[in-house]
Design a protein around this ligand. Structure first.
Ligand SMILES: Cc1cc2nc3c(=O)[nH]c(=O)nc-3n(C[C@H](O)[C@H](O)[C@H](O)COP(=O)(O)OP(=O)(O)OC[C@H]3O[C@@H](n4cnc5c(N)ncnc54)[C@H](O)[C@@H]3O)c2cc1C
Length: 433
């Protein structure tokens, strides 16, 4: 008999590490689950190509992998500091926002403690139905390791926590293989391949664009850097206390219980807490850099605001962006040695991985426990983390509710380790006129 895992988790980022912790801490609630996580990176790293030296967390360290679910967990950020011998010194910083480097180290420290539960260096590329008696009894998870070898595993439950995929605007798709055009998610790796780039465009008006602009403008060799945005300004992220309540774990219940229209309105109302916004402190640093340039003179840094990218071409000379200036109502073309697309992420890739199951899963709607609704002949349970913003709210793609969410998923898994899909409501029968 082939081995069947109670749970296979795809991805071993913060969401599935937090799930591993929650399951570990709940193991007395039932029989321990046989869980295996599959991670495509060779070892743990949290957005490694955006680990910029001056970047820090946009969320309180109390929203770590465990504290909000179980403040007594040994996996809290505070215990990590204690084990590393830095607890008092961290307190002296008087900050809730560790550097991104330190948070990555914290996450790595937690991941290391589940080394045996994770297969690194394998990318899952599809999940197939495993049928028995005409019904789907199990899932066959297919991955490929770095040597190209196919690996298959059977599972009763699946948790898909794969994060976002780079959002590449249409005009740039044909240049996907051009090393001079790349997304912020591979920034540090790709910019290192272009040490001679003298003219660089950063496209976008969010946190990543702002961080990359500051990183580039301060580099030795002082390249010319254009920040190209459609918007008129860089807006600050609103993390004031009343607004921040939308990221409270209890707010998930409220969001989930609203009508589709109300939820859409909520997302719209609070969109700028997370998207197309940057830290106020960072915005001030950028403003200061431009002001300093006015004092000393020069045109090395430019803020091309209200500029639409109308066309993109590339040749031996560089990448040419045809820019429509909404203020001057004119188009001009600028040549760049590198273009960084800080254009955000899309969170649809679970549909590609689960495509062979599409006939059973309807529109990938989830229940309150993040479980995808399925047809009655489909028995394994599939949970989604980070792809439920429409149903569960803006906190879904962030760390805000990770510890609580994984507690909920963990409880659901332990209650039905054999896998139990929630079923789609049958289509109402057509009424004959
Ligand atoms: C630069 C940056 C900074 C951020 N800072 C913050 C912050 O300060 N606060 C905050 O709340 N949120 C922040 N976020 C949001 C971020 O989504 C969360 O912090 C967190 O990373 C979500 O965890 P995750 O595990 O769901 O996704 P991810 O961290 O994206 O992890 C997904 C994992 O799945 C793996 N994977 C993907 N596809 C496959 C596959 N097919 N097979 C196997 N493995 C796969 C990936 O390699 C990755 O390790 C930031 C995001 C970015 C990009």
């Amino acid at each position: 008999m082939p081995h069947v895992h109670d749970l296979v988790g795809i991805g071993f980022g913060p969401s599935n590490i937090a799930l591993a912790i929650a399951l570990d801490e709940k193991r007395h609630a039932g029989r321990p689950l046989d869980a295996l996580f599959i991670e495509k990176q060779l070892s743990f790293a949290w957005h490694p190509h955006m680990l910029l030296d001056h970047a820090h967390m946009q969320i309180s360290f109390l929203k770590d992998l465990a504290t909000l679910r179980n403040p007594t967990s040994r996996f809290t950020f505070i215990n990590y500091l204690h084990e590393k011998g830095r607890l008092t010194d961290f307190a002296n910083l008087k900050s809730f926002f560790p550097s991104r480097h330190e948070f990555n180290d914290y996450l790595s420290w937690a991941a290391e403690q589940f080394e045996d539960a994770c297969a690194y260096g394998e990318e899952v590329f599809e999940v197939l139905p495993e049928e028995k008696g005409g019904e789907v009894a199990l899932l066959r998870v297919r991955s490929r390791n770095h040597a190209g070898k196919l690996v298959e595993r059977l599972a009763r439950n699946l948790v898909v926590s794969i994060g976002g995929m780079a959002n590449i605007p249409d005009g740039f798709r044909t240049l996907r293989n051009d090393p001079r055009v790349f997304h912020s998610s591979s920034y540090l790796q790709d910019i290192a391949q272009l040490p001679d780039a003298r003219r660089i465009a950063v496209v976008g008006a969010g946190q990543s664009a702002a961080e990359i602009f500051m990183d580039l403008q301060g580099r030795p060799g002082a390249p010319q850097v254009d920040l190209v945005t459609r918007s008129r300004s860089i807006r600050p992220a609103d993390d004031s206390p009343f607004v921040n309540e939308i990221f409270n774990a209890e707010f998930t219940d409220y969001t989930f219980s609203r009508s589709d229209e109300e939820r859409a309105a909520l997302l719209d109302e609070f969109w700028h807490t997370n998207y197309a916004v940057a830290d106020l402190e960072l915005i001030q640093q950028i403003y200061k850099a431009f002001y300093q340039q006015r004092v000393t003179g020069g045109n090395r840094l430019r803020f091309l605001r209200r500029h639409d990218i109308r066309n993109v071409t590339a040749d031996d000379q560089g990448v040419h962006l045809a820019l429509w200036d909404q203020n001057a109502l004119r188009e001009h073309t600028v040549r760049y040695d590198a273009v960084v697309l800080a254009t955000g992420y899309v969170r649809e890739h679970h549909k590609a991985l689960l495509a062979p199951l599409a006939g059973y899963l309807g529109s990938y709607e989830v229940d309150r426990h993040y479980r995808v609704l399925a047809t009655p002949d489909f028995h394994p349970a599939i949970y989604l983390q980070g792809a439920c913003e429409d149903s569960h709210g803006l906190s879904d793609t962030l760390l805000s509710v990770t510890s609580v969410r994984t507690g909920e998923i963990g409880s659901a898994l332990l209650a039905t380790p054999a896998g139990a899909a929630v079923h789609l409501r049958p289509e109402p029968e057509a009424v004959q006129p």
